[in-house]
Design a protein around this ligand. Structure first.
Ligand code: FAD
Length: 385
């Protein structure tokens, strides 16, 4: 049986990053996944992900984001390609709801540059949007989007170049402690390691039984619509956007190339018990809700849908990530329940997980995301977004 210092279980958004951070330390590391690099069956596909710093979910995420920005930049240099596109982010909502006050709070606490705007000011600046008079807006310049599949592939390529072994088309059936090591059983044989990182996204509950009942997988839909003209193209100044209202939270991306404008609902979602065999077809009601948002907020986008995709949110009970070590086996660490907002953190979570396994701990401020840490309650308490 092949033996490693570390095995990474799942090479999606977080696992690909963890594999790279471990490999660059020169340890013997193996990554396992049942699907090919950059596949569309989990949570890390669909062209783009928003990245931002003034985090409305909680200010405690900001230091991790600042480090994530550095690490994405490093990865770009290493990959020799642009992964992050700083087109800015316009966030809109009632002044006393979640998003705009949350952005302003994080920006205040960490002195981040954001521009509060009235609805009139926001529409003058971004005439492609229609904003209700009673809503306010905030624009963050140091925000934009990541090319999600390219990020995963770049991490995997960098990991390979740094010496990591990778096996795709390998279904992980389970793992068990054996003597002072762990044995991971897969459809392509068993492998042994001293440490494990579990980064299995929607399948985290099958590989970490203790988490199973705390995680809920939601089916989420992405829709691409045809714009009537070029005002939603990023080259014409259209930013990424996120709108909160009493009907839900909707977000989207500017047109990139000749593709449509991608818009989706962040709120809601239907629970799926088996993401592997999920039907993944179009939900007409979901499309209708998104079309209604588009009709109201984006007058230059037609309701003609060009494309649709399904992706999974793995929700924790409070929508905050769970980054911890297994209670019984402390050399098994994991990131789970990323709750539909985790991709931008992939490299910093990859670094943190690697340090938690190989060094026994990390200086990165992830303790507030630990399940058992009572100090975590400040981020996991009632003030959560
Ligand atoms: C529609 C949508 C929009 C989003 N928008 C944003 C956004 O704008 N900004 C943002 O920051 N985040 C966003 N997110 C969230 C973000 O994309 C996810 O949090 C992140 O991609 C999760 O990464 P992961 O590594 O946990 O999961 P994944 O990328 O799904 O990786 C898990 C991997 O483990 C493998 N695996 C699992 N079990 C097994 C097994 N038994 N055997 C073999 N392999 C296995 C899977 O094949 C998969 O490759 C969005 C998510 C979705 C679905």
């Amino acid at each position: 049986m092949d033996s490693y210092d570390l095995i990474v279980l799942g090479m999606g958004g977080v696992g690909s990053a963890a594999l790279y951070h471990a490999a660059r330390r020169g340890v013997r590391v193996l990554g396992l996944d049942r699907f090919p690099a950059g596949h569309d069956r989990g949570s890390s596909h669909g062209e783009t992900r928003i990245i931002r710093q003034a985090y409305f979910e909680h200010p405690d995420y900001v230091p991790l984001l600042l480090r994530a920005y550095e690490l994405w930049r490093e990865l770009e240099l290493r990959a020799g390609r642009q992964l992050y596109f700083e087109v800015g982010l316009l966030q809109v909502g009632p002044p006393d709801a979640c998003v705009v006050p949350g952005v302003l709070r994080s920006a205040h606490d960490y002195r981040l540059e954001v521009e509060p705007l009235t609805s009139q000011e926001a529409m003058r600046r971004f005439p492609m949007f229609q904003i209700p008079a009673e809503h306010t807006a905030v624009f963050e310049r140091r925000a934009g989007y990541l090319h999600v599949e390219e990020c995963v592939r770049s991490h995997l390529a960098a990991a390979r170049q740094s010496g990591a072994d990778q096996i795709f088309d390998a279904t992980i059936q389970g793992w068990e402690p054996r003597n002072s090591e762990f044995v991971v059983h897969t459809s392509r044989g068993s492998f042994q390691a001293r440490h494990l990182i579990v980064s299995a996204g929607p399948w985290a509950g099958t590989l970490l039984r203790a988490l199973a009942e705390r995680l809920q997988v939601l089916r989420k839909h992405l829709h691409w619509f045809e714009p009537a003209d070029r005002r939603y193209h990023w080259e014409n100044g259209c930013p990424t956007f996120l709108f909160e209202s009493d009907r839900g939270v909707f977000y989207g991306f500017p047109q990139i190339g000749a593709g449509g404008v991608k818009v989706a609902e962040h709120s809601g979602g239907v629970c799926t018990l088996d993401p592997l065999n999920d039907p993944r077809h179009l939900d007409p009601l979901d499309r209708q809700r998104v079309q209604q948002f588009v009709a109201e907020a984006m007058p230059g986008v037609t309701l003609r849908a060009l494309r649709h995709a399904v992706c999974f949110y793995t929700m924790s009970p409070d929508a905050h990530f769970i980054v911890d070590r297994d209670a019984e086996h402390p050399r098994v660490v994991y990131a789970a329940g990323l709750s539909g907002h985790g991709f931008k953190f992939a490299p910093v979570l990859g670094q943190a997980l690697t340090e938690m396994t190989l060094d026994g701990g990390t200086a990165l401020p992830v303790a507030f995301l630990a399940t058992r840490d009572s100090a975590a309650s400040h981020a996991r308490g009632s003030e959560n977004a």
